[in-house]
Design a protein around this ligand. Structure first.
Ligand code: ADP
Length: 178
């Protein structure tokens, strides 16, 4: 019997961008299967809701049979256990990511010592990318086509147009924190 090595790649993915795509593809060189788990804060008003984020991530990986996509709102280690993942994948961009990732990894190890945390170093060309930066640029009408797949760029354009048409100031959905 072949043992399937499955990992969980958790995050907000609000929205998914080329930095996430790169980490997921590289993770598949190490693991057989990847579950992309979209963490949804209960009660938090986000630019894209859980269903929209799932759809955007699914489309980004539509030709990748070894990636599954779902949302969750429980402890990440509990979700990893639920989906049968023995590792949690995270990306590391800059030194400022390191402290948070390090603390989260230690806390998760305390909660679930059987689950390994694996950090992939961001590709140089994607180091500056974050969902919050993309949301902010898109909210001001900037070109984000080099940062996220075309269907995500379209979804951002549509969402900000909707918000403006409703008379909402889109900046309430845009913050520098991810
Ligand atoms: P969170 O909101 O939990 O930080 P994100 O959706 O921003 O989640 O990112 C999920 C994961 O992807 C995190 O581990 C983050 O470090 C990683 N990541 C985000 N942007 C990039 C990037 N440009 N390059 C590599 N990894 C990234």
């Amino acid at each position: 019997m072949k043992i399937i090595h499955r990992a969980l790649y958790p995050g907000s993915f609000n929205p998914v961008h080329y930095g996430h795509v790169d980490i997921a593809r590289r993770a598949l060189r190490v693991f057989d299967e990847l579950v992309i788990g979209i963490y949804v804060h209960p009660g938090k008003r986000d630019l894209f809701d859980a269903q929209e984020r799932i759809a955007l991530v699914k489309k980004a990986f539509e030709n990748e049979p070894h990636i599954q996509v779902a949302s969750y709102n429980k402890l990440t280690v509990d979700y990893a256990r639920e989906v049968g993942a023995f590792a949690i994948v995270r990306g590391l961009r800059v030194f400022s990511d390191f402290e948070l990732e390090f603390r989260m990894a230690l806390a998760n190890r305390r909660l679930a010592p059987e689950i390994e945390i694996v950090n992939f170093i961001a590709a140089e060309e994607h180091i500056h990318l974050s969902s919050s930066t993309i949301r902010e640029i898109a909210s001001l009408g900037g070109d984000v086509s080099s940062m996220a797949p075309p269907h995500v760029v379209d979804a951002l354009e549509r969402r900000f147009a909707e918000l403006k048409a409703q008379g909402n100031d889109p900046s309430f959905m845009v913050s520098l924190a991810d």
